[in-house]
Ligand binder design. Structure first.
Ligand SMILES: CC(C)(COP(=O)(O)OP(=O)(O)OC[C@H]1O[C@@H](n2cnc3c(N)ncnc32)[C@H](O)[C@@H]1OP(=O)(O)O)[C@@H](O)C(=O)NCCC(=O)NCCS
Length: 169
């Protein structure tokens, strides 16, 4: 096993959690009610499913209610069709003081079990206290090289988002 590295945040005083502690897998068969006029899965439907997965990841990490602050780099890579089986995998990549970045990858699974990546997305979720105000989240324990790389990428995206907000573009 690779060296365990602990990343501390603002210090919520609560135990830090591992990426695996909040990971979510959701499965969905595409029904006729999910199809748009072009005969494909309606993108807004997929976004709803992704948003729910991201929300559950954030709840499991923070043990708080949460709200979606932003969505970026949501890419529809492949069309999805009636009766496809979708697998949505959500995991936390980065935590700030009150915010958490969640990556959700969506795969279409063939009958033989082969999976094709059809969507990737990054959501920023903010933990809320009982007064509906942002509240500190636990730190994230990174256990693998992949988790460390995701953290570094998440930190970079966080810096870019902050810059965009400052410059309003
Ligand atoms: C997201 C929200 C809670 C932030 O509240 P705020 O008063 O701006 O709070 P802060 O400025 O202290 O920001 C809190 C955190 O959110 C992050 N944040 C705020 N706006 C953001 C944005 N547009 N994109 C990404 N992150 C954002 C901040 O960086 C901060 O993170 P940090 O504590 O880890 O550093 C508030 O804007 C809100 O409630 N928005 C509506 C969310 C909603 O209703 N979503 C559902 C969609 S219908």
């Amino acid at each position: 096993m690779e060296n365990r590295m602990e990343i501390k945040n603002g210090g919520s005083g609560r135990p830090m959690r591992r990426v695996a502690d909040s990971a979510v897998t959701q499965t969905q068969i595409v029904l006729s009610s999910h199809i748009n006029g072009a005969g494909r899965l309606f993108g807004g439907q997929l976004m709803e499913w992704i948003d729910i997965v991201a929300g559950v990841v954030a709840r499991r990490h923070s043990h708080c209610n949460q709200t979606t602050a932003s969505v970026d780099n949501l890419q529809f890579r492949e069309a999805v069709h009636l009766n496809d089986t979708l697998i949505l995998l959500g995991k936390i990549t980065y935590v700030g003081n009150t915010s958490m970045e969640v990556q959700v990858d969506t795969y279409a699974e063939a009958l033989n079990g082969d999976r094709k990546l059809v969507n990737t997305a990054f959501f920023v979720m903010v933990a809320l206290d009982e007064n509906d105000q942002p509240t500190q989240v636990p730190g994230l324990i990174l256990e693998t090289g992949e988790e460390k790389a995701s953290w570094e990428a998440g930190k970079r995206r966080n810096d870019l988002r902050r810059q965009r907000r400052i410059e309003n573009y």
